[in-house]
Design a binder for this molecule. Structure first.
Ligand SMILES: CC(=O)/C=C/C=C(C)/C=C/C1=C(C)CCCC1(C)C
Ligand SMILES: CC(/C=C/C=O)=C\C=C\C=O
Ligand SMILES: [Fe+2]
Length: 559
């Protein structure tokens, strides 16, 4: 196992920033701080930050020991709101960044979890913080910036929640405004556009931040991280939600639009240079009163795989002002679980099988299994599978993340491998692709070499667990052929999704680097580069202050 010792690197003389102190870290509800620090590339040698954090207001009577302890526990950078709206600067690098690594890694995620004194409940509620690591000539320029969604701007202006987030619902002053808010739920106007889940580079070069609501598709500038405006879909497909993880390549953008009225999914495709999605086909749900949640889905070379989980969207829960344990969803084990396979060109559902119950946020990849004559025999689809246990959703409540650190409460997860037969059999299989103990029975936030999208592949990178823990705390490289994992762990840290960038000209699947951003319990944090093949650390670069946990990223190569 590649264990790291924590580094004591200081910043280069290009940047000076106050080191966060323990008392800074006691700040949980930092009011919005809107200091903007200009940075002109390689010119600004010294930056100072004022008002990075406001100390805790004195409480009366003095906080009990337990409360102090809780605040200390919650000082982990991963679960503490980002300190200021934006920052940019060059980072000191320890180790060597390969000179071929030329481009910008962007990572999106919910990084601000409060409005004034009000603290959000769930990890997914936070306002989007976009982070960049720009690599050039072995150097790293980093930066972060809040996405200027309508939801974020309204919260800032009115000092209260104005749109429905994942678990948060705006408080209504009276019955009439409650009725109005419900009406606006159906039109979609009260839904959030807080694009806090992922970021993708379209084939035409536009960079779009996304979440589960269609209106939360926001175009950003990958260099300045400026919010450029809404990505407006010009088609008339309607609907309010979509999969947060479209499949994006140089030639297409594929996504699923769940139909909550007549339970099913539209499979749609958008060409680069357009804003118009066209329908490939439709899948009707086979069970339950509503479609299963489709946070993500996989594709093979010729097929789109449409998962139908028994964790389904729930209209009643959508209407509730207070969150239920499963938020906007409901577990319907009796409705069974399915996987459908649609031909990308004809839009026909070629197979639809019942599979064992499963819970997943993230599919890893899928491919077509063929016999020696090239005949299709099965589809294999891999995902980060939570052993059909929905409790993971509630484990991602901020209170749990902040207070249960070091406790062994992370539910077990595995690489779930679906095998979908093409011989007319009505059932598909779901098994662990390797012994989950290889990766500490934690498994989520995955990436692969994008050249292997939809193809037979060997390696996946993901977050695993070194127990006891309440959240995935390792980076793991999964070898699906040898059924082994290599793990990276740095005590007390929370690393974000390991993102694989291939070396230009590489012929081996794992020839490249893996990028992650690591948040530390001291409130600090660093960017990390691992070798894709050996999974050893090759470089790290300390941020001026730790950044909150982030979700998904993308790579924008230099032109
Ligand atoms: C950050 C992440 O992974 C998920 C975010 C999910 C969101 C913002 C979900 C929002 C929703 C609503 C506000 C109402 C409709 C249902 C649903 C799509 C869950
Ligand atoms: C961070 C996460 C699950 C971790 C569980 O082990 C899920 C994130 C989902 C959204 O992108
Ligand atoms: Fe996701």
């Amino acid at each position: 196992m590649a264990s790291m010792t924590s580094s004591s690197s200081s910043f280069g003389n290009s940047i000076f920033l106050p080191t966060p102190t323990a008392s800074d870290n006691l700040v949980r509800n930092i009011p919005f701080c809107f200091e903007t620090i200009p940075f002109s590339k390689h010119k600004v040698r010294r930056l100072t930050i004022t008002n990075v954090a406001t100390p805790l207001r004195p409480t009366s009577p003095p906080p009990a020991d337990k409360e102090i302890e809780q605040r200390k526990l919650s000082s982990h950078a991963a679960w503490t709101s980002v300190r200021q709206e934006r920052w940019e600067g060059e980072l000191d690098v320890q180790g060597t960044i390969p000179l071929w690594l030329n481009g910008t890694y962007l990572r999106n995620g919910p990084g601000m979890w409060h409005i004034d004194d009000y603290t959000f409940r769930h990890l997914f509620d936070g306002y989007a913080t976009l982070v960049k690591l720009h690599f050039e000539n072995g150097r790293v320029i980093a930066g972060h910036r809040q996405i200027e969604s309508e939801a974020y701007k309204a919260a800032k202006k009115n000092k209260k929640l104005c749109y429905r987030e994942f678990s948060e619902v705006p408080k209504q002053d009276n019955f009439l405004s409650y009725v109005g808010e419900l009406a606006s739920l159906f039109s979609g106007s009260s839904l959030t556009d807080n694009a806090n889940t992922g970021v993708v580079k379209l084939g035409d070069g536009r960079v779009v931040c996304l979440t589960e609501t269609q209106k939360g598709s926001i175009i950003i500038d990958p260099n300045t991280l400026d919010t450029l405006g809404k990505f407006e879909y010009s088609d008339c497909l309607g609907g309010l939600i979509h999969s947060a993880h479209p499949i994006v390549t140089e030639t297409e953008f594929l996504t699923l639009l769940p139909d909550l009225v007549k339970p099913g999914y539209l499979v749609v495709r958008m060409e680069p240079g357009t804003n118009e999605r066209k329908v490939i086909g439709r899948v009707d749900c086979r069970g339950g009163p509503a479609p299963g949640w489709v946070h993500s889905f996989p594709v093979t070379e010729h097929y789109v795989i449409v998962p139908e989980m028994s964790l389904r969207y729930c209209a009643q829960n959508l209407l509730k002002a207070e969150p239920t344990p499963l938020y906007k969803f409901r577990w319907h084990p009796n409705s069974k679980a399915f996987v459908h396979v649609m031909c990308k060109t004809s839009g026909k559902v070629v197979v639809s099988v019942q599979v064992p119950l499963y819970v997943t946020f993230h599919f890893i990849n899928a491919y077509e299994e063929r016999d020696e004559d090239g005949r299709l025999t099965a589809i294999v689809a891999d995902c980060c599978e939570h052993n059909a246990d929905t409790t993971i959703l509630d484990k991602l409540r901020l209170h749990n993340l902040r207070t249960l650190m070091g406790q062994d409460v992370l539910p077990d997860a595995r690489v779930g491998r679906f095998t979908i037969p093409l011989d007319g059999s009505p059932y598909g299989k779901l098994d662990a692709a390797l012994d989950p103990n290889e990766h500490g029975r934690g498994m989520d936030m995955c990436s692969i070499n994008p050249a292997y999208l939809g193809k037979k592949y060997r390696y996946a990178y993901a977050c695993g667990a070194q127990r006891p823990c309440n959240f995935p705390n390792t980076l793991t490289k999964i070898d699906l052929v040898n059924k082994k994992a290599k793990n990276w762990y740095d005590e007390g840290t929370v690393p974000s999704e390991p993102f694989f960038v291939a070396r230009p000209g590489a012929t081996e699947e794992d020839d490249g680097v893996v990028i992650s951003m690591v948040s530390e319990k001291s409130g600090d944090g660093y960017a990390l580069l691992l070798d894709g093949a050996t999974f050893e650390e090759i470089a790290r670069a300390k941020f001026p202050y730790g950044l909150p946990y982030g979700l998904h990223g993308c790579w924008v190569p230099n032109k």
